[in-house]
Design a binder for this molecule. Structure first.
Ligand SMILES: Cc1cc2nc3c(=O)[nH]c(=O)nc-3n(C[C@H](O)[C@H](O)[C@H](O)COP(=O)(O)OP(=O)(O)OC[C@H]3O[C@@H](n4cnc5c(N)ncnc54)[C@H](O)[C@@H]3O)c2cc1C
Ligand SMILES: *[C@@H]1O[C@H](CO)[C@@H](O)[C@H](O)[C@H]1NC(C)=O
Ligand SMILES: *[C@@H]1O[C@H](CO)[C@@H](O)[C@H](O)[C@H]1NC(C)=O
Ligand SMILES: *[C@@H]1O[C@H](CO)[C@@H](O)[C@H](O)[C@H]1NC(C)=O
Length: 534
């Protein structure tokens, strides 16, 4: 299709660039024919204006490491042990994603797809099999349409960027998604996406109205041209099994100009257990405008003994004056006072729900790395259908207290979440769920000893929780990716069913059917990809 001469010129430019940035030892490996052929293929399938050297990165190129490490969120996988990609492709336009897939396939390389790099198990950027990393950091435009109350947001944009661009345009619209602003929309929305507006508006995935993606055959499709089943699958079933999502069109949702947030902390001595018991019974039946989650941390009493600190962390879509009577009626035991509450705009509440600081300039939402200290972490998830008794809660605290760095986040469901049918999207955790639990342990010390200690804590607590959480299967939330619940080793349907039904329950079978239709060769693979029934 493109003239041979032009194509080779691009490769020449790339090589010219490399010659000046590469040591002679590395040059030898560069000049092996496979590497050349890959560059050549990529140039051949890219638009003529492409500067290959700013799109394709091989390991001997100096900026390869920094690009690779840039959005790694979990430092457990920022290690020399992590299997790194043969090439990193940083697409600047959709055609580069198509070329990446076509050429990776041609060189028998798998691909990994990374948007925000927050995957808990690093699946977006590491693999045991030789692979190419498609890093979408340069596809991050957000285009808000006020008139239609929608936005087109490219996969590499962060939630912070999406929230910021909405708030730039209006103070009466928002978007229901996660609380951490550095998350990428590519992974987040395709895995569900829960946050402070979920009781009113559901998940991020529930508010997708269109999507553009590149399929395994290199074709670009949107909602109108894709299989209706595929559009269903990518709204909660995880994008990585089905294609590379380039862009989402999302529906924005009304928010009042003033919202109210509070964070009330109670220790065990201050009656946290009774409050949490009560919370289990009411948090999911409160009006949809009121979201109260509990963040449980391990703290110390004045005498140095350990205690549990329960943060009742809340967003209310209304004013303090509207909130107070509601709390007095439904949760007076918490003793909420006017001075515990702060009225603010929705965008300020985004900052508040992330780190309690609503008065930072909202521009911090644009800083992909913010100034949070990255750490090593491990997380797991559960769903609770029946309130846990006070006696059992006390027993749970005893197990939890052992790990100083461990936290649990209990997120109330109900409201809109209850009204959406469990088969409407692949995300099945709807009616009957009181709340979800996230176990999360984060540490800063390098090495196996620290890791073993933190994994020990989380595994012990998770095991102890067995009688209190969902069963057959013990359900889990895809976005809180956990390889302990099962992985594909030989890659059969039966094997994938083990972890697949935990994330998707009955929807797993339909996901497998979609996989068979849209990726019959099973090209998009990872430790937890959907597998078609053979
Ligand atoms: C600090 C922190 C806070 C979090 N808070 C919340 C929260 O409040 N609510 C919540 O629901 N979740 C939360 N999460 C989990 C988060 O939603 C998931 O980790 C999510 O998958 C991250 O998306 P990403 O694009 O940043 O990750 P990535 O690591 O880039 O991708 C995650 C997965 O999606 C795939 N993928 C990524 N982009 C694409 C694409 N364009 N097309 C196809 N597949 C793609 C990847 O291959 C990988 O399998 C949090 C995570 C962290 C680390
Ligand atoms: C990741 O590892 C590299 C190489 O060891 C190191 O230079 C970098 O600081 C690490 N990243 C973070 C965020 O710690
Ligand atoms: C790769 O491309 C070449 C040239 O077009 C073709 O001959 C070959 O069959 C392809 N290989 C694979 C594995 O697709
Ligand atoms: C984050 O950055 C801001 C502005 O650069 C600074 O004022 C603030 O102290 C930083 N916070 C932390 C926790 O480092």
């Amino acid at each position: 299709m493109r003239q041979q001469g032009k194509m080779e010129l691009h490769v020449l430019f790339a090589l010219f660039f490399l010659l000046f940035s590469v040591s002679s030892a590395n040059l030898v490996s560069l000049l092996n024919s496979n590497g050349l052929a890959f560059f050549n293929c990529f140039a051949n399938h890219s638009p003529a204006s492409t500067s290959i050297s700013s799109v394709v990165y091989a390991p001997f190129i100096p900026s390869y490491d920094s690009i690779f490490q840039n959005t790694i969120q979990n430092l457990r996988f920022n290690s020399s042990m992590t299997q790194k990609p043969q090439y990193i492709i940083v697409p600047q336009r959709p055609a580069h994603v198509q070329a990446a897939i076509i050429c990776s396939k041609n060189h028998s390389l798998q691909v990994r797809i990374r948007s925000g790099g927050h995957d808990y198990e690093g699946l977006s950027y590491k693999s045991k099999t030789p692979f190419v990393l498609i890093d979408l950091v340069k596809l991050r435009k957000v285009k808000v349409s006020l008139r239609k109350a929608t936005a087109w947001v490219q996969a590499g944009a962060t939630l912070g960027e999406l929230y910021y661009q909405i708030a730039k345009e209006t103070s009466t619209l928002g978007f229901p998604a996660g609380t951490c602003p550095t998350i990428g929309v590519g992974g987040h929305i395709s895995g569900g996406g829960q946050g402070s507006l979920m009781r009113k508006y559901g998940l991020a995935a529930d508010n997708v109205v269109d999507a553009i993606l590149v399929k395994a055959d290199g074709q670009i499709v949107n909602r109108a041209t894709m299989d209706e089943d595929l559009f269903w699958a990518i709204r909660g079933g995880g994008g990585a099994s089905f294609g590379v999502i380039l862009e989402w069109k999302v529906k924005l949702v009304p928010v009042p100009t003033r919202v109210t947030a509070f964070n009330v902390v109670k220790t065990l001595d201050e009656g946290a257990t009774k409050l949490i018991y009560k919370w289990q019974n009411i948090a999911n039946t409160l009006p949809e405008e009121l979201y109260i989650r509990i963040i449980l941390t391990v703290g110390k009493n004045d005498d140095g003994t350990r205690t549990i600190r329960a943060n009742f962390n809340s967003l209310f879509l209304g004013t303090v004056d509207q909130l107070m009577p509601l709390m007095d009626e439904s949760f007076p035991e918490l003793g909420l006072e006017y001075e515990n509450c702060r009225e603010m705009s929705w965008i300020e509440s985004v900052l508040y729900m992330n780190d309690g600081k609503s008065d930072e300039p909202i521009e911090v939402l644009l800083d992909g790395n913010r100034n949070v200290t990255k750490g090593f972490f491990k997380a797991k998830s559960d769903y609770v259908m029946k309130p846990i008794s006070e006696i059992d809660l006390e027993a749970i605290w005893n197990v939890m207290e052992v790990g100083e760095a461990g936290i649990m986040i209990w997120t109330p469901y109900g409201g809109r979440m209850r009204k959406i049918s469990p088969s409407e999207t692949p995300f099945p955790h709807r009616k009957g769920i009181l709340y979800s639990i996230q176990y999360y342990s984060k540490w800063q010390e390098k090495g196996n000893v620290a890791e073993a200690q933190h994994l020990g804590w989380i595994n012990k607590l998770y095991y102890f929780m067995t009688p209190f959480v969902s069963k057959f299967p013990r359900a889990a939330y895809l976005n809180y990716r956990d390889l302990d619940i099962g992985i594909n080793t030989i890659g059969t349907f039966a094997e994938a069913k083990v972890w697949g039904e935990k994330y998707f329950k009955n929807n797993f079978k339909r996901l497998a059917v979609v996989k068979g239709k849209v990726d019959p060769e099973n090209y998009f693979k990872n430790e937890q990809n959907i597998v078609a029934r053979s």
